[in-house]
Unconditional design. Structure first.
Lengths: 113, 114
């Protein structure tokens, strides 16, 4: 079975610091990759996704992620975080041939103003 | 409405009681998913409906859990003889049934079993 690992469970940063959240998955075939975000009191929403093509994906609010196939990774980055980025971030993987999504355990990001 | 809706938003029940959780997907979305999110855990896949095909029930944790989707739209997740470990947030998501399509999540039902 596929699995998704998010190594950082809780990250605390000051505003303007750079962010990188790790995501690794275990599946050898073609995958679709997603980052979802859950802001306090809100439901999960898509931040960005990789389907095919350019492995560097840009999403909303200045986030980007890079798909590195050889490392089975899809790390999320943002050059300068804001207080409003405080949220929980989930990485998800879907194999190309199946519609089941596998989610990581999430990373809680706390940005101090 | 434009998004996925779920009801109730909160449910408190006693151990041993049955509960039903409802999900209204986005109109036109043929794929529907149920997940469970326990405290400090990621999203645990429960069941997936795809159009008129047989659902993928591989994530249901026990035979106390069942789900149905009527008319290809509304779905109900039923938990029989609830246990305290069933306490969690139950999330529903829907999508167009095409490769690479984004899932849209509902707000969830927070279930507490006393």
């Amino acid at each position: 079975a596929q699995s998704v690992s998010q190594h950082n469970h809780h990250v605390i940063l000051s505003e303007a610091a750079s962010l990188e959240l790790g995501c690794n998955y275990s599946y050898g075939g073609t995958v679709n990759l997603f980052w979802y975000v859950q802001y306090p009191g809100q439901h999960l929403q898509l931040l960005l996704k990789y389907f095919s093509g350019d492995p560097l994906v840009k999403g909303i609010k200045g986030f980007e992620a890079e798909f590195i196939k050889s490392k089975f990774s899809f790390n999320l980055r943002k050059p300068s975080v804001q207080w409003s980025d405080t949220a929980e971030y989930f990485c998800a993987v879907k194999s190309y041939n199946f519609n089941k999504f596998y989610f990581g355990s999430g990373t809680k990001l706390n940005v101090k103003p | 409405g434009a998004g996925v809706s779920q009801s109730p938003s909160n449910k408190v029940t006693e151990k041993g009681k049955d509960v039903e959780l409802r999900c209204d997907p986005i109109s036109g979305h043929t794929a529907l998913y149920w997940y469970r999110q326990s405290l400090g855990q990621g999203l645990e896949f429960l069941i997936y409906f795809q159009g008129n095909s047989a659902p993928d029930k591989s994530g249901l944790p026990s035979d106390r859990f069942s789900a149905e989707r009527t008319g290809g739209s509304v779905s109900t997740l039923t938990i029989q003889r609830t246990q305290q470990e069933d306490s969690a947030v139950y999330l529903c998501a829907s999508s167009l049934d095409r490769a690479g399509e984004t899932q849209y999540f509902g707000p969830g039902t927070r279930l507490l079993v006393l």
